[in-house]
Design a protein around this ligand. Structure first.
Ligand code: CMC
Length: 376
């Protein structure tokens, strides 16, 4: 390791890039994209406006939003070869593994695949945002033995996603809640998957390669995979009346509870607070209020016992479940939101690139002489 430098496990607190995308104030539990508070964006903007903001630095004017919406809609269909590939995938394959492969395959088909200039990257980001949504839903339908639902040209991005998943046009509150959750997941500074996309970009690889790597990083249960794990925890608890006993045992056995804790937020994750309200409403509407009640009680018990805060993936679990999203699609849905931030970070990394190449602190054996095979 370099003289004088010290090991920082997990790169905690290390600043690895300048960014104009996202202002994350961990001490005060605040988050803003491009200067706009996340709460205002989730309540008032559409996901399309947020993606535009992240890629261009400003919210779109009406004409710009119209043009951008047309481009997103035009990009929704996926290549036939990809749908055919989904039919070949073993039915029980984790959808995140399929999504990672799908992004790589989309790269094989993209006319700008190896062009890393800004204009090409914005075109690729537009296509990936639309195509990933279609790919997630098409794979889900195909693994269930159903025909994929072709994208609807008259629906917004979030409503079209729910439509392609179920074949039913979603209610306006469901579409709004889903749209807001995509916004809440869209960007989050140098989280593990976004950092991964920046590392790949820093080698001057290409956007599809970087995004495929980001999908792989997001899949882990310490990152985006936590949401699915939260729902499995709620299933394990089963009933509101079981939360106390479960919490006591979890604390006594020092169990790692998914959906709690955060590397940067210590006082509270602002996204969790917004998602909590959305989960309450959606669970009530769906007649499955017990998942919300269980989540609130678990939150209170664990916070009181350990001081841990619920993170973004905690209340999104009962929210997604009550919107009818299959549990193993929770992480792909997060990817469908985060694609806006991944691609914005890739574009930003190209604009001020330097190879990301940290050092390792060698702790292995001291130099020693090679021993020939016959003498070992
Ligand atoms: N359950 C139980 N204890 C926890 C948890 C948890 N979820 N999170 C942190 N702790 C404890 C941990 O045991 C440790 O205690 P001690 O100092 O006594 O050993 C202390 O808090 C510090 O934990 P850490 O693991 O060193 O903290 P970190 O900053 O490395 O980890 C984290 C952050 C998110 C990986 C961790 O909180 C965690 O594993 N949470 C559960 C998984 C999860 O919900 N992930 C989603 C994260 S937010 C969204 C995203 O990034 O996608």
């Amino acid at each position: 390791m370099t003289e004088g430098s010290s090991l920082i496990r997990g790169l905690e607190g290390v600043v690895a890039a300048e960014t104009a995308l996202c202002d994350l104030d961990g001490a005060h539990g605040r988050l803003a994209y491009g200067g706009y508070d996340i709460d205002e964006l989730a309540r008032q903007a559409t996901f399309e406006e947020v993606a535009y903001l992240l890629w261009h630095g400003e919210l779109p004017k009406a004409g710009q939003l119209d043009q951008f919406t047309i481009a997103l809609i035009a990009a929704r269909p996926i290549p036939d070869a990809l749908a055919k590939t989904f039919a070949l995938v073993p039915k029980k394959t984790d959808p995140m593994r399929v999504l990672q492969a799908a992004v790589a395959i989309l790269g094989m088909d993209d006319p700008d695949a190896t062009d890393n200039w800004r204009a090409a990257n914005v075109r690729k980001a537009t296509r990936l945002t639309s195509q990933m949504a279609t790919a997630i839903c098409a794979h889900h339908r195909i693994r269930q033995g159903q025909e994929p639902v072709p994208p609807a040209r008259d629906l917004g991005h979030a409503a079209n996603f729910l439509y392609m998943l179920t074949g039913q046009r979603p209610s306006s509150p469901a579409a709004k809640a889903f749209d807001a959750s995509l916004t809440l997941y869209a960007e989050h500074e140098l989280n593990a998957s976004t950092f991964t996309t920046r590392v790949v970009t820093s080698t001057q690889s290409d956007m599809h390669s970087a995004v495929a790597a980001g999908v792989g990083a997001l899949k882990g249960p310490l990152h985006g995979g936590a949401g699915e794990a939260v729902m499995h925890t709620l299933f394990e608890i089963g009933e509101v009346a079981n939360v106390d006993r479960f919490s006591e045992q979890a604390v006594a056995t020092k169990r790692r509870l998914m959906g709690f804790g955060h590397r940067v937020y210590k006082a509270g994750d602002p996204r969790a607070a917004i998602l909590r309200g959305m989960a309450e409403e959606a669970c009530r509407q769906s007649g499955q209020f017990k998942w919300y009640e269980m989540a609130v009680k678990l939150h209170e018990r664990i916070n009181a016992a350990k001081g841990l805060i619920p993170n973004v993936d905690f209340y999104s679990a009962p929210l997604f479940y009550s919107l009818g999203i299959p549990v193993d699609l929770f992480t792909p849905v997060i990817a469908a939101g985060r694609i806006a931030g991944w691609t914005a970070n890739i574009i930003e990394q190209y604009e001020d690139n330097r190879l990301i190449r940290p050092r390792g602190d060698y702790v292995g054996p001291k130099r020693r002489a090679y021993v020939p095979l016959r003498s070992r």
